[in-house]
Design a protein around this ligand. Structure first.
Ligand code: M6R
Length: 617
């Protein structure tokens, strides 16, 4: 939610900020703005902002005279929380004297009471945002002539604040200082040659430097052209934690694809090979997960697993529930993190909580993880973004290694999550009851999944034609059973989030308990009807839909000719063991959603009202 970038150094930063905003635009794209302390002239800070996309901001900047540029600046792309999407509510924000200029990602929960106090002191507000309140609070405390410089004022203000924030602040009275801070929302500091680039994630930094500093909650960093100082909001000095960013430019560029989502769908075979690389030991018949090694004994002795996440991550977690019970024989439940965090859950000894999250920043998932870990559970992460908050707050975990996912609709992260959960289940199964031979046989099948996905992707044109046929239908159902009930959920989520077509996913049997009333002549119903324990039951459900006029689109296993008798359209996937079938069956559903969005002329990578990472409740 919201992307932040800021720069201090010796280069003109306008283009650096705009390029960074474009990389961060997936985080929010309601409106965008930039503030730059101008080189030359009176050295004042000028702001340019607009409702719309970063491209609109760029056009506005191009038209601006005199040209806005300088060597200190900050910029923001917004996903609105407080206040409508308007120019005044767009970041950066200043206080009423124009001294402090601020960009912010997160929510200041006590902004109303702070605003009241500041109004009583005569301060004036012009926006509906919590960020303007924070800028005003910093300005109220700012008194450089009496030792309250920008760093000290930011620290003091943040001591008054409850909520989440990643901020970057500058003062019109101090053209040599940039102060940044974080709690709960992501922020890293790229360390270049005589310059610093601060951003919500590494994608906005990597074209300038691969050295970056991670920040813990409650950290404040003062950056100048001469160096940096890191402290807590209580001014306790901290040593910087520097890491190497492991992002390649090619991974965050479109590379000839029309959309990131399409690129990421087609990247899945390569991405999953990387997820598995070095982790499947065929000789020993076991899965090697370095991230879990230190807690292996505790894990083997565990008695119960709780998997939590939101959206696609939850759907992956639901498949994890089947995998853990089926393969590792471990009682497992899966729950929306947003519910788990407030449910007062009963946690006995031997409980393991697994937080599944692509970004590693989802607020609800993070809070649920803390809640359950505080009650004594061992906390594990299944995370894509290295160094993200959840990955740092867990006891141990396994990274997806699928590379940056930029399209808002999650695709390769989903298959990465399911692959990691499969490996985790096998890791435990081998230590609990499965023999090395059995595990090796299973791993051989897992290793073949990328080939199956490649074969499925070859049907892209046919899937586009099929989608075209149903493109004017406003309601779709996605049905599956067992392992493929979550696949159905994921297919429906993909379709609705990027094409805005109403879609529901559910267990095929549930249809008879109400939703069947929706089925009429022409309603597309997608069945995941691959070979497996409940195949015959799925076929019966297909018959029920057919007899009510629904159009059946079946995702079936190659060689199943019978299904043609029942389904108008069939998409075949290669045969694989049932627990692995979601990894392949989801691919045609991703393609249906993608083509539907393109055919309906929707913004595939930036669907309305959404943002890639949901860092608010
Ligand atoms: O970063 P996370 O995996 O924690 O994000 C969770 C959900 O917000 C995310 O999966 C969302 O549902 C996707 N947009 C779905 O495509």
């Amino acid at each position: 939610m919201c992307g932040i970038i800021a720069y201090i150094g010796n280069r003109p930063c306008r283009d650096i900020l705009i390029e960074g905003l474009k990389r961060l635009e997936y985080r929010g794209y309601d409106s965008a703005g930039v503030a730059i302390t101008c080189t030359g002239g009176d050295g004042s800070t000028r702001i340019c902002k607009t409702v719309g996309r970063v491209a609109d901001l760029e056009a506005k900047l191009d038209a601006d005279e005199p040209k806005l540029d300088g060597t200190l600046g900050l910029a923001h792309t917004r996903w609105a929380t407080h206040g409508a999407v308007t120019d005044p509510n767009t970041h950066p924000h200043t206080d009423d004297t124009g001294t402090i200029c601020l960009v912010h990602n997160g929510i200041i929960e006590n902004y109303q009471s702070l605003k009241k106090l500041l109004e009583e002191k005569g301060r004036v507000f012009r926006t509906e945002t919590d960020t303007e309140v924070l800028a005003t609070l910093i300005s109220e405390l700012y008194d450089p002539d009496h030792g309250m410089d920008l760093e000290a004022a930011v620290q003091a203000a943040l001591r008054e604040v409850t909520g989440a924030y990643a901020i970057a602040a500058i003062s019109s009275k101090d053209p040599d200082t940039l102060v940044v801070a974080r709690k709960g929302s992501p922020l890293i500091v790229g360390i270049g040659n005589g310059e610093y680039i601060v951003a919500s994630d590494g994608s906005a930094i990597i074209s300038h430097t691969s050295r970056a500093m991670t920040l813990d909650d409650y950290s404040v960093v003062r950056l100048s052209r001469d160096g940096l100082r890191t402290s807590t909001i209580d001014n306790v000095e901290l040593s910087p934690k520097v890491m190497q960013l492991e992002i390649e430019l090619g991974e965050i560029e479109l590379g000839g694809f029309e959309h990131y989502m399409r690129k990421e769908i087609f990247e899945q075979p390569r991405a999953l090979r990387r997820t598995m690389s070095g982790r499947l030991d065929m000789n020993e018949g076991c899965v090697v997960l370095g991230g879990l090694q230190t807690h292996a004994k505790e894990l083997v002795r565990s008695r119960r697993v709780i998997i939590c996440g939101q959206g696609t991550a939850l759907n992956a977690g639901m498949i994890g529930e089947y995998l853990f019970e089926d393969l590792a024989k471990l009682p497992t439940e899966v729950e929306y993190a947003s519910e788990l965090r407030y449910r007062n859950p009963l946690i006995e000894e031997g409980t393991v909580v697994i937080a599944v999250s692509q970004s590693g920043e989802t607020a609800d998932t993070l809070a649920a993880l803390h809640e359950v870990m505080d009650r004594g559970a061992l906390g594990l992460g299944v995370i894509n973004v290295v160094g993200s908050t959840i990955s740092r707050d867990t006891d141990a975990g396994v990274y997806l290694r699928v590379g940056p996912e930029i399209g808002v609709a999650s695709t390769k992260a989903f298959t990465g999550q399911v692959t990691v959960l499969t490996m985790m289940a096998l890791f435990l199964a081998r230590r609990r009851m499965m023999s090395g031979t059995e595990v090796t046989a299973f791993m051989r099948e897992l290793e073949r999944v990328p080939d199956h996905i490649e074969k499925t992707l070859e049907q892209d044109d046919a899937i586009r034609t099929l989608t075209e046929k149903y493109i004017h239908r406003e309601n779709w159902l996605f049905l599956g059973r067992g392992y493929n009930y979550p696949t159905a959920m994921e297919g429906a989520l993909k379709l609705k989030e990027i094409s805005y077509i109403h879609a529901e996913g559910m267990p095929a049997a549930e249809m008879k308990h109400g939703p069947i009333a929706l089925i009429d002549d022409g309603m597309p119903v997608v069945f995941i009807a691959t070979q497996g324990a409940q195949y015959d039951k799925v076929v019966s459900n297909i018959e029920e839909v057919r007899s009510r006029g629904g159009h059946v689109i079946a995702v079936a296993t190659e060689g199943d000719e019978d299904i043609r008798r029942l389904a108008e359209d069939v998409i075949y996937i290669p045969p694989c063991p049932e627990p692995l079938s979601p990894l392949v069956a989801v691919v045609p559903l991703q393609l249906i959603a993608y083509h539907a969005a393109v055919l309906r002329d929707k913004d595939v990578d930036k669907p309305r009202n959404l943002a890639k990472s949901v860092t608010v409740e």
